[in-house]
Ligand binder design. Sequence first.
Ligand SMILES: [Cu+2]
Length: 165
Amino acid sequence: MAKFSIYNIKKILIFIFLSINTFLFSISYAHEYRHNELLINHPYSTPTRPGTDNGVMYIVSIKNTSDMEDELIGVSTATASLSEIHSMKKVNGIMKMRRISAIKLPPNETVSIKKGNNNGYHIMLIGLKSKLKHGDSFDAILHFKNTESLKVNVEIIKTNNTHKH
Ligand SMILES: [Cu+2]
């Protein structure tokens, strides 16, 4: 009995520890909102870089599961004075960002608004009220053309890719 226990307890503890880790890991990545016909996967932002009071918000993906087109037409948050939808395009070899009025969400398609996506889509947070810090989060409201607005929680996480303006 005694021989059996310590070794097994250790094994059980390691197992529990790993399970908890896996659980937390999957929670932080299963940050998805099912909102009518839209699946909004993981809205996030990155820590504010030194010397700027602007920030950038991203959404890993928005899937439109309906047969009707929709659009993301705006984002509002109390964290910044102003939020704008931007895209980036290479003009004469230089990446330039510009304000766009909406991001189209075609029927039965998934659109990426994550860092480094092909269209350069991102949400520009202009005039941050306070610095965004890794591990914190803030609320934002997503506005759509054909679907009612949705409040989401935006996690602030460090990513490798840098977003240059
Ligand atoms: Cu921008």
